[in-house]
Design a protein around this ligand. Structure first.
Ligand code: ATP
Length: 295
């Protein structure tokens, strides 16, 4: 195979709890992850000249080994001693540094693509084992769907699909580093933790309202006090009909879940016209059942 095209899908966290800080500095989490219909496009081409070349539509992203797509391709191509070269064309649409795992998803898609293109014969589980070396979210981005993630995010238990709903996404024009958020989290001071097991049970029961009611992200305890706009966007979404709204991952992106499409569209239009968010999208959740080949 000389060319492979892939969709690298974004995620949101329907719930995010931090359980403890490990001695090695990593945080142990319990999260419910959900793939959404928002994706970067990736085109891989085998070329005769050895080496990995990356091109992207965002001039400020690195094209060298710092780009996660480069890291992902290199990891597999070195292990399997692939002699050919690889050209990677990356069109980014997922907001960058937004808490939506854009880079991890790109890396996951490249691993799937390189495996397919060079006939490496790795199973999904074997790809996931290698993916965690690139980043804690990469195994999930290979698995996708509605998933309970534990450990540092790499211990994955698939859940039944989240009931269908519309997802309004808003990224305010601020930069929040993941390091700042986890560094500012003092678990002994956190009094309210999201009910991750309750939310998983609601999803299993197909109860969208209850799953949305139990949305919660312990990392908001760090970000909201410094960046009140995060709370303002959440409030806006709830006032405009969202069943629930929360910050995704370490932020600063906020999303709201809507049952009714017209209500979601109205909120989307209004948010786009206002000043709260710099980037606004309206999409829906992506479930892998029956559609496992969509990459
Ligand atoms: P997460 O939700 O996993 O915390 P994120 O959405 O906060 O991820 P990303 O968009 O994945 O963050 O990227 C964070 C940083 O990684 C960027 O600032 C960028 O410099 C670097 N990076 C490397 N490769 C990529 C890539 N393919 N796409 C986006 N960012 C990348």
């Amino acid at each position: 195979m000389r060319e492979v095209r892939l969709k690298a899908m974004a995620k949101i966290n329907l719930g995010l709890d931090v359980v403890r800080k490990r001695e090695d500095g990593y945080h142990e989490v319990r999260m419910i992850m959900q793939t959404i219909r928002m994706y970067d496009q990736i085109r891989l081409r085998a070329v005769s000249e050895a080496g990995i070349k990356v091109r992207t539509n965002l001039s400020y992203l690195p094209c060298n080994e710092d780009n996660l797509v480069h890291k992902a391709a290199k990891l597999l191509m070195e292990e399997f001693e692939v002699r050919e070269g690889l050209s990677i064309e990356l069109k980014k649409y997922i907001p960058v540094a937004a808490g939506m795992a854009g880079g991890s998803s790109d890396a996951a898609a490249v691993m799937v693509g390189v495996n397919r293109m060079f006939g490496l014969g790795l199973t999904k589980a074997q790809l996931m084992e290698r993916g965690v070396k690139i980043g804690a979210d990469v195994p999930y981005c290979i698995m996708r769907g509605t998933v309970l993630a534990e450990g540092i995010g790499e211990i994955l238990t698939p859940l039944p699909p989240m009931p269908k709903c519309h997802v309004l996404i808003a990224k305010p024009g601020i930069h929040v580093s993941t390091k700042f958020v986890y560094g500012g989290l003092h678990l002994d001071e956190v009094t309210v933790h999201p009910d991750i097991d309750g939310q998983a049970a609601a999803i299993k029961a197909g109860d969208l309202n209850e799953a949305a009611r139990l949305m919660g992200n312990v990392l908001e305890s760090v970000t909201v006090s410094t960046y009140p706009v995060i709370d303002e966007i959440k409030e806006f979404m709830v006032q405009h009909g969202a069943l629930g709204a929360m910050m995704s991952g370490s932020g600063p992106t906020v999303f709201g879940l809507f049952e009714d499409e017209r209500t979601a569209k109205r909120a989307y239009e209004k948010l786009r016209r206002g000043k709260l968010a710099k980037q606004v999208f309206l999409t829906s959740i992506f479930n892998i059942g029956g559609n496992t080949n969509e990459r």
